[in-house]
Design a protein around this ligand. Structure first.
Ligand code: CTP
Length: 414
């Protein structure tokens, strides 16, 4: 598999007339960055929310709107437009577009292309909460699912119209992940090289309470662990992600358990066993406050600041690595170091008893903590592999493939 599943994929993006249309600009940028070719059809109503000029500047192609435009038909007919794509994405999928799709209407270019296509369609619904929960929309949605249409979202939250509830369009990153998941399934119709493997992943920071409103935490964003969960799930693994508090959406096809503290994370991991592989990418707090206060700590004039006594948290990686009976066949840890990266990581692998360590330099100058890029070294029993500077997603894909290769090789050696 190429490192980037979206390279040279042709996506036909159908932009509906909703306020969320502006998020399509970001989606197009992300798709193009990953090497996809994007063509856009805009409904007339969508022009009220985002200009065709912005869309065409980002796609690098003309924007298609008019069913009866002779130029469009001469250059590319509406049938060809929809057949030429590998995937159709409707974002935002308004109540109107969904109603047309569910009933086979074709009275503009967008609906005609959707009716004429023989390709998979992914919709990202977006509308007012009452429109979304209306029986008519729900009926249309059920019809679309029965017709084999894929969907992502809608999310729950504050809406542009001032109401709260389900109806917000999924974020561009979530739509992108759903598109990638679609192409992975195409690449691996039989389920991928990790099919049949159960993988447990920890990710994100932990929050250790001081009192009911304060906690100790760290700067981990969870991006690397989430990207790994997504990558192994795409290769067919049954994936369980135990995540500390993050703002990231659940990766598609992954079972996510959200926890706060290190002790909750360990309990969730133990509950997720047995697993064939465990990957500990979480930045677990090494210490917690010995006795967190039941009530909010108050400051009183003249009194000294409270001293926090800390006790050590359980080491999840070491616990999983040293388990009797239920130890996963492959346990992978991370080593975030700020100096002597290889030396410290090698010692950490031995001390914790895991099989592999993914070592990275997290000194502030690298921008790794919270950033999108990572330079890692894979340390195994056999030695060390240096990987180039890569986006966290590419690190994840490479690690996922390395794990798949490892199982193929060890099976062959049996
Ligand atoms: N880890 C864990 N549970 C802990 C601490 C760390 O599972 N309580 C795991 C991390 O998920 C990571 C690995 O151990 O895979 C190493 O984490 P790191 O923070 O680099 O190491 P520490 O054990 O905290 O050692 P030090 O702070 O001394 O570098």
């Amino acid at each position: 598999m190429s490192e980037n599943i979206l390279k040279d994929r042709r996506v036909l993006l159908i932009i509906g007339g909703g306020i969320a249309a502006y998020k399509c600009l970001e989606l197009i940028r992300r798709l193009k960055e990953r090497g996809a070719a994007v063509r856009a059809i805009m409904t007339k109503a969508s022009h009220e929310f985002v200009t065709p000029l912005s869309v065409s500047s980002l796609t690098g192609d003309k924007v298609y709107t008019d069913l009866f435009s002779l130029t469009d038909e001469a250059e590319m007919g509406h049938i060809e437009l929809s057949r030429d794509a590998d995937l159709l994405v409707v974002a935002p999928a308004t109540a109107d577009i969904m109603a047309k799709m569910a009933n086979g209407l074709a009275n503009d270019l967008a609906s005609t292309a959707l009716l004429a296509t023989d390709k998979k369609v992914l919709i990202a619904p977006a509308m007012n909460v009452r429109m979304w929960t209306h029986r008519a929309t729900q009926r249309n949605f059920e019809t679309l699912l029965a017709d084999g249409v894929d969907f992502i979202g809608p999310n729950e939250g504050d809406m542009a119209c001032g109401e709260y509830g389900p109806g917000r369009m999924a974020e561009p990153a979530e739509i992108l992940a759903a598109i990638e998941a679609h192409f992975s399934e195409l690449a691996y119709p039989g389920g991928g090289p990790l099919k049949g493997k159960r993988i447990l992943i920890t990710s994100g920071p932990t929050h250790e309470p001081i009192d009911p409103v304060r906690y100790l935490a760290n700067r981990s964003s969870g991006k690397q662990g989430y990207a790994i969960a997504q990558a192994v799930a795409r290769l067919g693994a049954e994936t369980v992600l135990v995540s500390g508090p993050t703002i990231l959406p659940d990766p598609p096809g992954v079972t996510v358990t959200r926890v706060e503290t290190a002790r909750e994370m360990l309990a969730a991991c133990e509950a997720a066993l047995p697993a064939d592989i465990a990957i500990c990418a979480a930045a677990v707090a090494d210490w917690r406050v010995a006795s967190d206060a039941e009530q909010k700590l108050k400051k009183a004039p003249g009194e000294q600041a409270p001293a926090l006594a800390l006790v050590e948290n359980p080491d999840i990686l070491a616990t999983l690595s040293q388990m009797k009976g239920k130890r996963p066949a492959l346990v992978v840890g991370f080593a975030a170091e700020t100096e002597k990266v290889i030396e410290h990581a090698t010692a950490k692998r031995q001390r914790k008893g895991c099989d592999w360590i993914v070592a990275n330099d997290v000194s502030p100058a690298t921008g790794v903590m919270g950033g999108d890029l990572n330079t890692v070294h894979l340390i195994t029993r056999e030695g060390q592999e240096d990987w180039p500077l890569l986006p966290k997603q590419a690190v994840a894909e490479r690690l996922a493939r390395r794990i798949a290769d490892h199982f193929v090789t060890s099976k062959a050696a049996e």
